[in-house]
Design a protein around this ligand. Structure first.
Ligand SMILES: [Mn+2]
Length: 388
């Protein structure tokens, strides 16, 4: 029995002001091709299906198309909500959709939903929506729930005992710490900032211990969402699929993938299937003239982060860059030969200068001449009139 594990589609997401719907449709079409080529029976969507609780219409239309294409191919869908999804809205028509083989768990309602698939290897998919302790405590008030770890443990304890000869897969969307391993964020997660601290463990972070997935008979495979970089969480069969696209410039150049899971009576085997985006996200470093030299520009539609090594700010640099790369997203400077703490030094210099000095420096850089006495006079007048 083969299925594809995906997470964090974030349909409707905008990245640095750019609408990603076309990129998302492209990658979903590629995933449909992979499903056909690999002969998968099911697709798992491990939460953050949408980027927002109220997704734009284009995102809803895109999911509608994807689910329809999957069911047309007789592929079952197993989906849970993530922290970005509205649990109630995701549950819309879920009972009707389940009859078509699209199993969605948006809300937690006191027990874990199970979707049983029969095939060469019978399997129970246990669908755990993104859990907050208060939600679980509402249904299971006597379980001593104080954090995400105890909330997930209490929810999983509602599962019936495992049946012989039936595989079990968990689909969940949580921060999971696996026996000393801490998830490596990609930068686009809502928890990326709190995960960057040095002291990350179950006590300081509201996370779930991977040991919870071994209790009560355990699972053959745990399909996780929430962290956008593909990785395991303490064991080879507990895995984050990662987002199918780079959603942050910090991920520039990262290889994205879908997880192909093969279930046998002996357990789960995984293989990462690489995904190729419509437009890659790339970080380029060099002088502006070199980066935008027509002879050197390749794949101009890519999303570009340019770090300019020019010694001085270049006039209209973003406009020049966008003439070569229309989807350039960010531009910053790192002059060649500058001290590593160039930016810190600049900050200190800037802080020491008066307003008039700063403005005349800027004026000179933009216009190639210094302020006249009259202009200086006007500047000071304007400054006295009110806050600039
Ligand atoms: Mn996410």
């Amino acid at each position: 029995m083969k299925f594809l594990h995906l997470g964090d589609l974030h349909l409707g997401k905008r990245v640095n002001g750019f609408d990603f719907l076309e990129d998302q449709r492209y990658i979903l079409a590629q995933i449909l091709d992979l499903c056909g080529a690999q002969g998968v029976e099911a697709v798992v969507l491990a939460g953050d299906i949408y980027d927002a609780a109220l997704p734009p219409a284009g995102a809803v239309t895109l999911l509608d198309w994807f689910l329809t294409e999957l069911t047309d191919r007789n592929i079952q869908v197993l989906a849970v909500s993530g922290n970005h999804d509205s649990p109630d809205r995701l549950d819309y028509a879920s009972a009707l959709l389940a009859r078509q083989g699209v199993h969605i768990a948006g809300r937690f309602t006191g027990k874990v939903r199970i979707a049983a698939l029969s095939g060469d290897v019978p399997v129970e998919f246990c669908l755990l929506p993104f859990l907050r302790p208060a939600t679980v405590r509402h249904y299971l008030p006597d379980e001593g729930i104080v954090n995400q770890d105890t909330a997930v443990a209490a929810a999983l304890a509602t599962l019936p005992p495992r049946r012989d000869g039936v595989s079990r897969v968990l689909v969940a969307h949580q921060t999971v710490l696996g026996w000393g391993s801490v998830p490596q964020c990609a930068g686009s997660e809502s928890i990326a900032a709190e995960m960057s601290g040095a002291d990350v463990n179950i006590g300081t972070l509201d996370a779930v211990s991977a040991a919870r997935f071994t209790e009560n008979g355990g699972f053959d495979y745990v399909a996780l969402g929430h962290i956008h970089r593909p990785q395991t969480a303490g064991a080879p069969n507990i895995r984050y699929a990662g987002a199918p696209l780079c959603y942050s410039l910090d991920e520039a150049g990262a290889q994205k993938s879908a997880v192909l899971v093969t279930l046998t009576p002996a357990g789960a085997e995984t293989e990462l299937l690489p995904l190729q985006p419509l437009r890659a996200m790339r970080h380029l470093t060099g002088p502006l003239a070199e980066l935008t030299d027509p002879a050197r520009v390749t794949d101009p539609e890519d999303y570009i982060w340019a770090t300019l090594t020019d010694d001085t700010p270049q006039p209209d640099a973003m406009a020049v860059l966008r003439a070569a790369y229309p989807n350039a997203m960010r531009l910053d400077y790192a002059p060649r030969g500058a001290a590593p703490d160039w930016q810190a030094e600049t900050a200190v210099t800037v802080r020491r200068k008066s307003f008039e000095e700063l403005f005349s420096d800027f004026f000179e850089q933009m216009n190639g001449r210094s302020l006249t006495e009259e202009e200086r006079h006007i500047l000071n007048e304007m400054r006295e009139e009110g806050p600039l």
